[in-house]
Design a binder for this molecule. Structure first.
Ligand code: ZN
Length: 465
């Protein structure tokens, strides 16, 4: 049974991308697109055209000169639609949903055979998945990143909910009501635990300058002779190339132990080349300690990926070079991998450029798309999806596994600053629970260098189980 989607004739490539993502990939349905002279979108089923779902067509009806222009952005204050008016049982975070594109005074209609939804579900989902607004709104933080606070999702209080997944659930509730024989794809929730190896071992004890700074902190700030002694001992071990007492390195093994106990596979992303002296890692893939770490990760069944360096996000040559270095390191250890995924260091990202370059380099998936300053659903979904290049109007081979939560976004003073409070833990758990509710992937980033307190381990263990 095939769904027939009739739409206006404009933006066929974009429509096919989003129809395939929502109906084909997310729901696993057969569908066919019929561009027609109509103004709205109508969904019927082959062999049963008496029943229908119709919805407004807003984003893809944008005139060509306004496409990728601020005139095509949603209105600043999203109208709210109470979906209870449909009279259907729908999986949602809340029954009232924001309307990104759609009617200004949203009300549905349902006579049992014909339904009208007041949301442009396909245009709104396209807006979220492609990060359309980030190509238009030019706000940046100190690291040239689009901040959560500049997003429509944050400003309209829907960054905490997977709005695209919710729209899909609304659509599915209507489809299954009108055509009960249609079966959707079953999706199993997963925990995608990951660790960016910014500092696989403690780099601050490797130089005289670093040791002096650490000692000053131990003695002057922390007034701890014991800590100072530890610093001297760690530094002595490092000088002898002995990493056995390194806390960051030990944390990597602890991460693997903890996740193996609950059946999770962890992705560890390595910085393989440096493009910024101050911000990139202090290690090289040729160091025996790194080669040993890589072997240990793979031998224990976990994943090795690329942590693309600070300035790589706008530089294809740099990405190629870094990916080549990782492939060489894997080959040197006779490690065969089918595909290599990556995450951008500092989550630096240019919607116009980065996905195209990662795709061109042959990276299988990216997992950078969370905001550094707030956790949540930057792409509006907790499911992986194929990416779309807005400039060249092409569906890429590259997939996105959207990052949902980075530990420092919640704990760090520079971001939400909630510290190790009950509020912080409850917030973190709420993302995990929502992902599970929607059969999605809870993608968690917790750095091995962020296990300084017992609270880190306590929070971590609660989140990965
Ligand atoms: Zn990093």
């Amino acid at each position: 049974m095939t769904l027939i989607i009739e739409t206006p004739e404009s933006m066929t490539k974009e429509r096919n991308y989003i129809l395939q993502t929502l109906l084909g990939e997310f729901l696993g349905l057969e569908w066919v697109h019929h561009p027609t002279s109509r103004q709205d979108i109508k969904i019927t089923q082959s062999g049963n055209v008496a029943a229908s779902i119709s919805l407004p067509d807003v984003l893809f009806s944008t005139s060509e000169n306004k496409w990728l222009d601020s005139a095509s952005l949603p209105i600043s204050s999203s109208p709210l639609w109470d979906t209870d008016d449909l009279g259907l049982d729908i999986l949602l975070v809340k029954s009232v949903v924001p309307v990104i594109y759609g009617d200004q005074e949203p009300v549905s209609r349902n006579n049992g055979r014909n339904m009208y939804l007041p949301v442009d579900i396909f245009g709104s989902a396209f807006f979220m998945l492609t990060r359309y607004e980030e190509l238009i709104v030019t706000d940046q933080d100190d690291h040239d990143r689009f901040p959560a606070t500049a997003s429509s999702a944050y400003q309209n209080n829907y960054l905490d909910r997977p709005i695209v997944d919710e729209y899909v659930e609304i659509l599915w509730a209507c489809i299954s009501e009108l055509w009960p024989d249609i079966i959707r794809k079953r999706r199993v929730p997963k925990k995608l635990i990951s660790c960016d190896l910014d500092r696989p071992f403690d780099c601050s004890v490797a130089t005289i300058k670093g040791v002096s700074r650490r000692l000053a902190k131990d003695i002057v700030r922390d007034k701890s002779p014991r800590q100072a002694l530890d610093t001297i001992l760690t530094s002595y071990h490092r000088w002898r190339h002995d990493y056995s007492s390194d806390e960051y390195l030990q944390a990597v093994d602890w991460i693997m132990d903890a996740n193996e106990k609950v059946g999770n596979k962890v992705a560890f992303y390595f910085i393989t080349k440096h493009s910024h002296h101050g911000y990139d890692g202090c290690y090289s893939m040729t160091q025996s300690v790194i080669r040993g770490l890589m072997r240990r990760i793979v031998n224990r069944g976990h994943e090795v990926g690329l942590h693309a360096s600070y300035n790589s996000y706008r530089n294809l040559d740099q990405i190629n070079c870094e990916l080549g270095e990782l492939k060489q390191a894997l080959a040197n250890e006779s490690i065969a991998v089918d595909e290599i995924g990556s995450r951008q260091h500092y989550l630096r990202w240019s919607t116009a450029i980065t996905p195209r370059y990662l795709d061109a380099a042959g990276v299988s998936y990216d997992s950078s798309l969370a905001y550094a300053d707030r956790p949540g659903f930057r792409c509006g979904t907790c499911h992986s999806f194929r990416m779309y290049d807005l400039k060249s109007r092409k569906t890429l081979t590259l997939r996105e596994k959207p990052l949902i939560l980075m530990e420092c976004s919640v704990l760090g003073e520079q971001y939400m600053g909630l510290g190790y409070s009950d509020d912080a833990l409850q917030l973190m758990k709420s993302y995990r629970d929502v992902c599970e509710q929607f059969g999605g992937d809870f993608t968690l980033l917790w750095h091995n260098s962020h296990f300084e307190s017992a609270k880190d381990r306590e929070f971590y263990l609660q989140l990965i189980s």
